[in-house]
Design a protein. Sequence first.
Length: 113
Amino acid sequence: MSYIKQSNSFTSQQIDLQDTPLFFPEGFEKIFMVIYLLAIPYLAGLLFTFFYLANHQLEIFLGIIEHAPYGLTWAIGYEVIATIIMINIFKMAITFMAQPKAPRNTPTRKFKR
């Protein structure tokens, strides 16, 4: 497992994509990327619809889903995921800025004159 290299700038950090939580089998990366692109926002839209719009009531949820097209549910999920990602990026940037700065490597004298 590799680690993110520490850097002086938040935007110039090196990121290893091997550490992503998504599963990309070798040789099928493009197929799984399409599956993730279609499925994850749709599932997030379904969850948002059930928990927020339908207030955990299955009858209301089924009524909404029956009349909502796939694209609308996908777009809702896409926006929910985008909001979560943006909040996470802001949180990481604020955490990065709050870290104490590393001291500069200035030559020090070992002997007094």
